[in-house]
Write a protein that binds this ligand. Sequence first.
Ligand SMILES: C[S@@+](CC[C@H](N)C(=O)[O-])C[C@H]1O[C@@H](n2cnc3c(N)ncnc32)[C@H](O)[C@@H]1O
Length: 257
Amino acid sequence: MTANPEPVLPPLHESLTWLTPLSEERAAGLVGFLTEPAPADVIDLGCGWGELLLRVLAAAPRAHGRGVDSAAPSIARATVQARVRGLATRATFEATPGRDAHLEPADAVICIGASQIWGPPVEDGQPLDYAAALRALRGLVRPGGRLVYGEAVWSAPPHPAATAPLSGRDDEFVTLDALAELTGRAGFEVVHADPADLDEWDAFEAGFRHRFTRWLDTHGDDHPAAPDVRRRHEQQRAAYAEGYRGVLGMAYLCLRG
Ligand SMILES: C[S@@+](CC[C@H](N)C(=O)[O-])C[C@H]1O[C@@H](n2cnc3c(N)ncnc32)[C@H](O)[C@@H]1O
């Protein structure tokens, strides 16, 4: 008997604007922070499909941007979007591990949910090395330049049901206050620091699960892979709703170098 092939789920960019819990309103604020005054150059490390970088370039018509992500499909999507939005001459996207990108310091830098570039991979389940990320990012921000740093934090004390679907440890993340202190030690001034709210998280998680329901709608309940897709959907729902909702947070820090 041959094993069922792995179901190919629709790409996440079809159900999410960003690969992070981020409202349109907050995104507009981050773009404003990065573009007033207008930067000459912008770097996005772990840019995903480049949505935030492209919005920054649209808001700063003289700026040039470079987005780096290790996921080739995301970079392919970002490259197409740059062309569609008339930004291809000012936006460059590279599918490469962030550490291998040869980058010069820039006026504006974005790094959201990608600190693992400078530390252990998420799959290793180790504490996130915020300090290593912030040190590396400090070297990429020109003096007086700006960094939008987004990273996971504990919004409430972690408990076993919350940590079980994550790495299982209480020390994987720190609190927002502890993170703000780390940014200071790395040489940044905190201009603004705020955690994503529950509406942003609920929308993000719903978008994340949407690819399972879309697959089931397209392929039908009789498909041999349907039980597996239903199981994964339920696993994701329970991990969030009965686990890390309100405990795992996402902090957005607007920092000056
Ligand atoms: C949580 S997602 C955030 C994506 C994007 N910044 C956003 O806000 O939508 C983290 C991104 O980091 C990328 N990433 C993970 N490890 C990386 C590495 N070593 N080098 C470059 N990108 C990496 C992933 O492919 C993913 O796109």
